[in-house]
Design a protein around this ligand. Structure first.
Ligand SMILES: [Fe+2]
Length: 214
């Protein structure tokens, strides 16, 4: 039974406006990837992670054979730094590695430490379904769980959001964002490259004694 005071409540006009927003950036760099590079990446010696496979090579983009891919990634990071983050400093890739999710395998939720912007590169053909990358709003334990009606979901209340990877896509996102990869529901391996980056240059202020040269 609803309370009488609410029964005749007038519905007034209102506005809902965004205070902040969380970006992710996507560009396609398929034209920078050669069949020879794809072959090399697929032939890398893999190490069994918790569930998926990760390359022994953890500085993949530093290999001279990866030059065109590394250049395209750094160009995208430069755009992201300037246009999205609005900063003067450059973003430089730190570690970079390849991943394979065999059929039935996904990747549990995680964030990337000691990195500002992370990325995923889907350097070769994706399986069907491609195994979405899911970003979660929170990365800490939430004591209060309020289920949101499916038909009321929007960017203000959605607990998670999916991005659907396509061949050649390069996705950049804040390293602090919790994300996971859906289980590979196909019969083919799901291939990707992941990387971290950090600012290069001077941050802070000399006079405010907050200067840090990186
Ligand atoms: Fe990740």
């Amino acid at each position: 039974m609803s309370r009488a005071t609410h029964a005749g409540t007038k519905q007034r006009a209102y506005d809902v406006k965004p205070l902040f927003a969380e970006p992710y950036f996507v560009t396609n760099i398929k034209d920078a990837i050669t069949p020879k590079q794809v072959k090399l990446i697929k032939a890398l010696k893999m190490h069994t992670n918790q569930v998926n496979q990760i390359s022994d090579e953890l500085y993949l983009f530093r290999r001279k054979e990866m030059r065109s891919i590394s250049d395209a990634v750094h160009a995208a990071l430069a755009t992201f730094a300037k246009e999205v983050m609005g900063i003067e400093q450059a973003l430089e890739v730190t570690q970079s590695w390849s991943l394979i999710n065999p059929p039935g395998v996904g990747m549990h939720g995680h964030t990337h430490s000691n990195s500002l912007v992370s990325g995923s590169l889907y350097y070769t053909e994706m399986p069907d379904p491609p195994g979405n990358m899911i970003f979660e709003r929170h990365n800490t334990y939430q004591q209060l769980e309020l289920a949101v009606n499916d038909n009321r979901q929007n960017i203000y209340n959605a607990p998670r959001n999916a991005i659907v990877p396509k061949e050649g896509d390069l996705v950049l996102f804040s390293s602090k964002l919790q994300h996971y990869v859906e289980e590979n529901g196909s019969a083919q391996n799901r291939h990707s490259i992941a990387f971290n980056s950090f600012v290069r240059g001077t941050i802070g202020s000399f006079r405010d004694v907050s200067e840090l040269k990186l």
